[in-house]
Design a protein around this ligand. Structure first.
Ligand SMILES: C[S@@+](CC[C@H](N)C(=O)[O-])C[C@H]1O[C@@H](n2cnc3c(N)ncnc32)[C@H](O)[C@@H]1O
Length: 243
């Protein structure tokens, strides 16, 4: 494994500093903003990964380690690595993993558009609530494909755009209005929680994101909408022929 320097473009630096600022209260803000449902959505997503027992799994943009801990709870034999470019988020993840008795989890500082791992080295990859924050979406998909073993899956869980116009409007009021306000109070930064919803604005909708998975080279790409499409799980498989 070779550490790679984090991207230094202005948006990446902004995103990294923003997460450093909200790291101490990130988990509390998530629970409040989703009424605890975020944990249920993570479990739904992880159930779709189906890595082999003892397999090696990569969690991209691991943040404070939520997905990593769920993976290890679902199968303690897994060899799970979390990667993130924000040091304070990783520190929080390491502390949580120790407290939870999951010292086998590995946390690596790195940029998901230049993963510091060899090709064909993971039996599955996950990503939670992060793809819309990453500057180069197609670059991430390319990198995930590179490090996955043929036949392995990538499962991505994120906020999305409901198809139903009325529900999209209601969700928009919550996401663009309530989240900055409540996130600002609980998470400690109004600015950060105003940025996070705006990162959805230019993110592809669920159908287009599935197409981007296919264009990147994933096969059997599918999208599972949750909460009327406000949340979406995308799954793609690395083709067996791409060793
Ligand atoms: C909203 S948090 C999600 C954390 C966690 N996956 C979860 O489910 O709660 C987004 C994370 O993505 C990380 N991130 C954003 N862009 C990144 C990049 N290019 N490389 C590595 N990490 C990145 C941030 O540092 C932050 O920890």
């Amino acid at each position: 494994m070779h550490p790679t320097p984090a991207r230094s473009d202005a948006r990446s630096v902004y995103v990294r500093e923003m997460f450093a600022q909200i790291a101490p209260r990130y988990d509390a803000a998530n629970r409040v903003l989703t009424a605890g449902l975020d944990e249920r959505w993570r479990r739904r997503a992880i159930a779709l990964l189906t890595p082999p027992s003892g397999g090696r799994v990569l969690d991209l943009c691991c943040g404070t380690g939520d997905v990593v801990l769920h993976l290890l709870r679902s199968d303690p034999t897994l060899d799970v690595t979390g990667v993130d470019f924000c040091a304070p988020m990783l520190e929080a993840a390491r502390r949580r993993a120790l407290r939870a008795g999951r010292s086998s989890a590995t946390f690596v500082e790195g940029d998901v558009t230049q993963l510091p791992f060899a090709e064909n080295s993971f039996d599955g990859a996950t990503m939670g609530f992060s793809l819309r924050n990453v500057v180069d979406l197609d670059g991430v998909l390319r990198e995930v494909l590179r490090v996955l073993r043929p036949g392995a899956r990538f499962v991505n869980l994120d906020v999305s755009k409901p198809k139903n116009a009325l529900w999209r409007r209601c969700f928009g009021l919550y996401f663009y209005g309530v989240v900055p306000l409540v996130g600002g109070i609980v998470g400690g930064s109004r600015q950060a929680y105003a940025y996070l919803p705006s990162s959805l604005t230019h993110h592809p909708d669920a159908t287009h994101l599935r197409e981007r998975f296919e264009r990147a080279g994933f096969e059997a790409a599918q999208c599972i909408p949750l909460v009327g499409g406000a949340i979406a799980i995308h799954v793609g498989t690395k083709p067996e022929t791409s060793a």
